[in-house]
Design a protein around this ligand. Structure first.
Ligand code: AMP
Ligand code: GLY
Length: 425
């Protein structure tokens, strides 16, 4: 098969790495890819939101399966457009992708399907936000309805913060149309976990659980990021929680969407808060998580391509096999991320890192330099996802950090405590 992977981050490198292990695969393209991906796939200079360009490419190259990484392509309707042309593509339709693109859609859908989630009010004015805040008390969570590059969720501790955030979203319109509607939610307490399920619209199969680290600094301090590290499995996710999430979250949502005439195929990512009164959904994403995918896929023993293809058909759900060893992914970022940062720093030590047993370095924001393309340079906020397996979590963490230590670039930043919650458990 010829496979096209769309995207350019660590998640996509992990997808390409795993797809390359499939006996079904003859050739992999990645658009636009990065310097690490270029070692196992042919990179094509097309952006993830260039749907027409990607469609032309897939037709011309007779791609057998396209695997979409980022939500932008899905929300732009890439699956609808490819399917209209008879091309096989992994992911949900534009309408089903609203589960991530609109917090309001997701919350209303959860309510309709009886999926446990934080109590909420949909607001369109500052006045409505303030009265919803009275209902829930402080702290309270304000969410811009649309996609806001991970910056649309604000946990407000004071009424001053609520007013300021509501003003920014609804009056100053800092998120544009994405902030015309604001979902106000009760603030949940507990431990978070990411549960991802492959689904063909009727049945679902859960991937191994994982946990992300969203804050930029150790001890979960500092700004929210796309994710500074992950580990799998998340010990907080018991067998009982897995069953609960399948029966009370994943299956009701896919059944509900099917009933509405928008069947959901692809991967459904449920961000869960495990509260004292049971697991509740914080958010849905309609794609693989980043960096959760790096930690999860190094543990997958089954053929990923077969599992992805299953979502496009009607057969019985496959049983996925997992390496029993836990894994850890430490994100190595550019200093300053998630704020402004400099690119183009020379990355040293990747050759040494490549020799370490049970470790694999996924590239996120990297490119090759100069005519001879001998050096790797930083080219994004998150630069690498250093991922390792270990007999136990402590050993996986040790191997990941031993690998991180071989790598150097100017202003490099990483968290030193990835996995701390699981170790504590
Ligand atoms: P979301 O994009 O909805 O997942 O929100 C991003 C992050 O904000 C989540 O991963 C949580 O850490 C936090 N969050 C979102 N909703 C809530 C809530 N209702 N209570 C507490 N924290 C929340
Ligand atoms: N790591 C969180 C996400 O992919 O949204």
């Amino acid at each position: 098969m010829k496979i096209l992977v769309i995207g350019s981050g660590g998640r996509e490198h992990a997808l390409v790495w795993k797809i390359a292990q499939s006996k079904k695969v003859k050739k992999i393209y990645c658009a636009p890819g990065n310097a690490g991906i270029a070692e196992s796939a042919e990179c094509v200079p097309l952006k993830a939101d260039d749907i027409l360009g990607l469609l032309d490419f897939a037709k011309k190259e007779e791609i057998d399966l396209t695997v979409v990484g980022p939500e932008v392509s899905l929300v732009a309707g890439i699956v609808d457009d490819f399917e209209k042309e008879g091309l096989k593509i992994f992911g949900p339709s534009r309408e089903a992708a609203q589960l991530e693109a609109s917090k309001m859609f997701a919350k209303l859908m959860m309510k309709k399907c009886g999926v446990p989630t934080a109590d909420f009010v949909v607001c369109r004015s500052v006045h409505e936000v303030l009265s919803a805040t009275k209902k829930f008390g402080l702290p309270v969570v304000l969410k811009a309805d649309g996609l806001a590059a991970g910056k649309g969720v604000v946990i407000c501790q004071t009424s001053g913060e609520v007013e300021e955030t509501a003003d920014r979203m609804l009056i100053e319109k800092v998120f544009g149309p994405a902030g015309h509607t604001v979902v106000v939610e009760e603030c949940l307490e507990g431990e978070e976990a990411s549960l991802l399920a492959l689904t063909n619209g009727d049945e679902a199969v859960l991937l191994a659980s994982s946990q992300d680290h969203k804050r930029v600094f150790d001890k979960d301090l500092g700004a929210n990021t796309g994710g500074m590290g992950a580990y799998s499995p998340a010990p907080v996710v018991t067998e009982e929680i897995l069953k609960f999430v399948m029966d009370k979250v994943i299956l009701p949502i896919i059944k509900g969407l099917k009933k509405e005439g928008t069947p959901y195929r692809g991967i459904l990512y449920a961000g869960i808060m495990i509260t004292k009164s049971g697991p509740k959904v914080l958010e849905f994403n309609v794609r693989f998580g980043d960096p959760e995918t790096q930690a999860v896929l190094v543990r997958l023993e089954s053929d990923l391509v077969e599992a992805l293809l299953w979502t496009l058909g009607k057969e019985k759900a496959p049983t996925l096999k997992w390496d029993s060893r836990p894994s850890v992914c430490v994100v190595v970022a550019s200093g300053g991320y998630p704020g402004s940062y400099r690119k183009g720093k020379v990355i040293q030590g990747l050759d040494k890192a490549a020799k370490i047993k049970d470790a694999v370095v996924f590239h996120a924001g990297t490119k090759k330099s100069g005519e001879k393309a001998l050096e790797y340079l930083t080219d994004g906020g998150r630069v690498l996802g250093v991922t390792a397996l270990g007999e136990n979590l402590k050993k996986a963490i040790d191997t990941a950090y031993k690998t991180v230590k071989t790598i150097k670039f100017d202003e490099m930043h990483f968290r030193c405590d990835i996995g701390w919650r699981a170790l504590k458990n």
